[in-house]
Design a protein around this ligand. Structure first.
Ligand SMILES: NC(=O)c1ccc[n+]([C@@H]2O[C@H](COP(=O)([O-])OP(=O)(O)OC[C@H]3O[C@@H](n4cnc5c(N)ncnc54)[C@H](O)[C@@H]3O)[C@@H](O)[C@H]2O)c1
Ligand SMILES: [Zn+2]
Ligand SMILES: [Zn+2]
Length: 353
C-alpha cells in the first residue's frame, strides 16, 4: 500500500464546526504503529466537551488543533522497530487513552485514569485521533480485532461498549434481572445490547427523545419505554428493577434510575457531567441500594469483551444509523449533536457503505 506523506485531519474549534488541517502522515517509531483508519465513531463526550465548546479540563481537556476522534479502528500499515505482538496487516482497535504504562492505574489496565500528567494522552484529545486517514498509535494500546467483527464494530468497543461492559460487570447482570436504562443514546443502547446478551429478559428504557425511544424499540432492545418511577413499578410487580444504568447524565435521569431500582438493587452511573439530587435515606439507605460510578474500562476487559461479542454473535455496528466519508465530517458531528439518531460514524474504504 502506498502511504502518502500528507493527509487531511478534522479538528474541532469548539463552536459547533469542523475544520480540516493538513498533517504529515507520521512514521512509526519504536513501539509504535501506523494504522489506516477504517471507522471512527462519534461519542457524546466529543459533543459535550469539544464540539460545542471546549469545556473539558485535565483528562477531558482537548488540545486545540488535535485531530479529533477517540473511537477508531483500522488496519496496521506500518510497524516501527521493537513491536512485540502486532504487525503490518493486523486489524486493530485502539484503546482510546495512551497511558504512561507504569503508574498504578496503567498497571491495572485503566489508562483512562493514568496519573502521569506528562505521559497520559487520550487519542482525539491530547494526541491525534481517528478523524483522519491514518493514526499513529502505541502498540501497547492495541486490541486485536477478530475477523468476524467489522471495523465499525471495533470502533465502538473501547469507549461505548467497553464502558457499559465495565458498568455491567460492576453491578452484575444476568437472566434474573429486570434492567432499566435511562438515556437511550449509543451508550445506553450498547448497555441494553449487552444486558440482553447476558440473559436479562425484562429490558426497560427511558429517554426524553421520542426518536431515541423509537430506535430502541425498533432494534428490539426494550419491551417498554417509561417516564416515571410509577411506570417502572407497574412493569415489575410494584417492586422496581434489580439493576439500573444512567446513561443520560441528566439529574432527572439519575433520579429515575436510582428511585426505580428495588430494595437491595444496584445502579451504575455512566453518563458524565452535571449534578445529581438525591435524598440519601429514602433513595438509597433505607432500601439498601448500591450506586456505582464507572469510568470507561481496562484494556484487558476490552479484550475479553471482544471475545464475548464473537461468542454471542452480536455486532456493535447494529447501532450505527449513519456513515459519512471524512470530508463530510461536519455533517456527521452536526447530526450526532442533535442526539436523535443512533451512532454516527466517519468511515473509510470498505466501511464506507
Ligand atoms: N462513564 C464513562 O466512562 C463514559 C464513557 C463514554 C461516554 N460517557 C457518557 O455517557 C453519556 C451517554 O453517551 P451517548 O454517546 O449515548 O450520549 P447522547 O448524548 O447521545 O445520549 C444521551 C441521551 O440521554 C437522553 N436524556 C437526556 N436527558 C434525559 C432525561 N432526563 N431522561 C432520560 N433521558 C435523557 C438524551 O435525550 C440522549 O438520547 C454521555 O454523558 C457521555 O459523556 C461516559
Ligand atoms: Zn467516547
Ligand atoms: Zn499511567
Amino acid at each position: 500500500m502506498n502511504i502518502p506523506t500528507m493527509m487531511n485531519g478534522a479538528i474541532l474549534p469548539g463552536n459547533s464546526t469542523v475544520e480540516f488541517r493538513n498533517f504529515e502522515v507520521p512514521v512509526p517509531k519504536h513501539g509504535e504503529v501506523l494504522v489506516r483508519t477504517k471507522a471512527s465513531t462519534i461519542c457524546g463526550s466529543d459533543i459535550r466537551c469539544i464540539y460545542r465548546e471546549h469545556t473539558g479540563k485535565g483528562p477531558e481537556g482537548y488540545q486545540k488543533g488535535m485531530i479529533a476522534g477517540h473511537e477508531p479502528a483500522g488496519q496496521i500499515v506500518a510497524a516501527g522497530p521493537g513491536c512485540r505482538r502486532f504487525k503490518t496487516g493486523d486489524r486493530v482497535i485502539i484503546y482510546h487513552i495512551s497511558g504512561c504504562g507504569v503508574c498504578n492505574d496503567c498497571r491495572r489496565g485503566y489508562m483512562i485514569s493514568c496519573t502521569s500528567d506528562q505521559y497520559r494522552r487520550a487519542y482525539g484529545w491530547q494526541r491525534n485521533g481517528g478523524m483522519a486517514p491514518y493514526i499513529l498509535a502505541e502498540e501497547k494500546d492495541l486490541v486485536a480485532l477478530p475477523d468476524t467483527l467489522t471495523y465499525a464494530d471495533g470502533a465502538q468497543v473501547a469507549c461505548g461498549f467497553g464502558t457499559v461492559y465495565e458498568a455491567i460487570e460492576k453491578v452484575g447482570v444476568c437472566g434474573n434481572d429486570a434492567v432499566l436504562v435511562v438515556g437511550l443514546g449509543p451508550v445506553g443502547l450498547a448497555c441494553l445490547m449487552l444486558c440482553k446478551a447476558l440473559g436479562a429478559q425484562k429490558l426497560i428504557g427511558a429517554d426524553i427523545s421520542s426518536e431515541r425511544t423509537e430506535l430502541a424499540m425498533k432494534l428490539g432492545l426494550i419491551e417498554a419505554s417509561v417516564k416515571s418511577v410509577e411506570e417502572v413499578r407497574k412493569l415489575t410487580n410494584n417492586l422496581g428493577v434489580e439493576r439500573a444504568f444512567d446513561c443520560s447524565a441528566a439529574d432527572a435521569g439519575r433520579q429515575l434510575a436510582i428511585r426505580a431500582t428495588r430494595k437491595w438493587g444496584k445502579i451504575a452511573l455512566v453518563g458524565e457531567g452535571g449534578g445529581m439530587t438525591v435524598n440519601p435515606s429514602p433513595d438509597m439507605i433505607h432500601d439498601q441500594k448500591t450506586v456505582y460510578g464507572s469510568w470507561v474500562t481496562s484494556i484487558w476487559r476490552m479484550e475479553e469483551l471482544v471475545e464475548r461479542l464473537v461468542r454471542w454473535n452480536i455486532h456493535p455496528e447494529t447501532l450505527i444509523t449513519h456513515r459519512f466519508p471524512l470530508d463530510s465530517a461536519a455533517k456527521a458531528y452536526a447530526l450526532a449533536a442533535e442526539a436523535k439518531c443512533g451512532k454516527v460514524a466517519v468511515c473509510f474504504d470498505e466501511e464506507l457503505k
